[in-house]
Write a protein that binds this ligand. Structure first.
Ligand code: SF4
Length: 461
């Protein structure tokens, strides 16, 4: 049976897409999965365009795969190479021109067509499919089998929305993933039920702009993300719900109320702000001000006082002054983030900010990033310290590196190490936190190895 190797780059949405491609191609035993590219008959690189020089990194990887293709040919085998994802969408035919070893280029909205594209490529044709298709790919994908779900663990991502209409000045997503599209409520509920019946206990709903969700209901109306969360909280066996990534402008009252009412909705929210300066936020086309953002944080804290926030920051956006940057440091202080990702601005071809003449010098960006990261680290450390001595509900996910140890996640998404039997994997246990590492917590089962039944009933932390 031919073997399939999928290599995934970038965000959770790509991990999800890679799983769906695998489910599609292993359906009816067309392929079996292999973790070893040397052994594969089909290699798919599921690419991401967010990071700097993303396309160049893929061309380097293709250079390494060229040897595998040559070796396979010498052994009388045909190795098919496909490039999928956002680099495929952005580069299109350029990929087969620069890397003739590539047989298939397929965009993120078209990968449901892979079986047909493979048939075409079998004749030796180069196949490029990056036009946004009229059909909905989700209608053509295979459900994951129980065995595949179990192999992936007790947590799962479910894409509920794709694309983005916000057009932030630094971002390629609206160009590579297209306009916002939401999946219908019934399709999401069915997928969640399938995952839960195979043992998944925590579902993270994902989308480029997840809280812009507006999926069709069975009665022909539209559901908000808050309404969808309420529906999913009713699915028997769902212990935890999360969602990411959100835009501050799309936090509506339904969503705030969901945080107030649903104990299975975890008290942690990734809410990127990017900058604390109104001038820079306007230049970024973020469509919200610093005070709008802080009001949103306050509304959510009013609804769920124990909620913790994480964020993304870009430093050195074109035109950013030292005063603007200090506003960013101040917003870190004002919110008190539990953690945050921060990056130096780097131009993405085709985005409005890339052509601005007031780019910030590289050494200035480097210095600001170091200051911001040490500021964020201090807040993360302070937040983690507040967990010491507390009893947190931890969803135990997998064995740790030490014999007898399990690793799970707290309600705030911190990794937690605890000595516990493997029979507890997939359950929520009460853990007394005793120590804090740089990026994780450790603790002891409390009061005894057992499930925190109240969490199953949905009391959260
Ligand atoms: S909201 Fe997010 S995905 Fe959409 S353009 Fe802005 S940064 Fe990109």
């Amino acid at each position: 049976m031919p073997k399939l190797h999928v290599k995934s780059y970038g965000c959770q949405m790509n991990v999800y897409d890679s799983n769906r491609m695998t489910d599609l191609l292993t359906r009816d035993a067309a392929y079996v999965e292999t973790g070893d590219p040397e052994d594969a008959d089909l290699i798919i690189l599921n690419t991401c365009h967010i990071r700097e020089k993303a396309a160049e990194k893929i061309y380097s990887e293709l250079g390494r795969i060229r040897r595998l293709k040559r070796d396979a040919a010498r052994a009388g085998r045909k190795l098919v190479v496909a490039v999928a994802g956002c680099v495929a969408q952005a580069e299109g035919e350029e990929i087969v021109r620069r890397a003739p070893l590539v047989d298939i280029v397929v965009g993120p909205q078209n990968y449901h067509r892979l079986p047909a594209l493979l048939d075409k490529a079998a004749s030796g044709a180069k196949v490029v499919d990056t036009e946004f298709p009229p059909e909905d790919k989700f209608d053509h994908l295979a459900s994951a089998t129980a065995a595949a779900i179990r192999a992936r663990g007790v947590t799962a991502f479910v894409t509920i929305q794709e694309g983005c209409d916000k057009f932030c000045a630094f971002c390629v997503v609206p160009y590579t993933r297209g306009a916002e599209v939401s999946r219908p409520v019934a399709a999401i509920v069915a997928e969640v039920e399938n995952l839960v019946s195979a043992g998944v206990r925590e579902i993270t709903l994902i989308g480029q702009n997840v809280n812009a969700y507006h999926g069709e209901t069975t009665s022909g109306g539209r559901a908000t993300l808050g309404q969808l969360l309420r529906r999913l909280a009713e699915v028997q066996g769902v212990l935890r719900l999360r969602y990411t990534t959100s835009h501050p402008r799309d936090v509506d009252e339904d969503l705030v109320a969901a945080h107030r009412d649903l104990a299975v909705l975890m008290p942690q929210l990734h809410l990127p702000v990017q900058s604390g300066s109104d001038r820079v936020l306007a230049a970024m086309n973020r469509r919200h001000t610093r005070s709008d953002y802080l009001d949103t944080i306050a509304r959510l804290r009013g609804a769920r006082p124990d909620i913790a926030f994480t964020s993304d920051f870009i430093v050195g956006f074109p035109g950013e002054t030292e005063e603007d940057f200090r506003d960013t440091l101040r917003i870190v202080e004002d919110v008190g983030y539990a953690a945050a990702f921060s990056f130096k601005y780097s131009p993405r071809p085709g985005t409005p900010a890339a052509d601005r003449g007031d780019q910030v010098r590289e050494d200035v960006k480097t210095e600001r990033l170091a200051r911001l990261q040490s500021w964020i680290d201090r807040h993360q450390h302070d937040f983690n310290q507040t967990c010491i001595g507390r009893e947190l509900d931890v969803l135990l996910e997998k064995p740790g590196r030490i014999s007898g140890q399990l690793v799970g996640r707290s309600p705030y998404l911190q990794p937690v190490h605890v000595m516990a039997p493997t029979s507890l994997i997939g359950q929520i246990a009460a853990v007394r936190i005793t120590a804090v590492g740089s990026n994780s917590l450790s603790g002891a089962l409390h009061p005894s190895p057992g499930v925190a039944e109240q969490a199953v009933a949905g009391t959260g932390d």
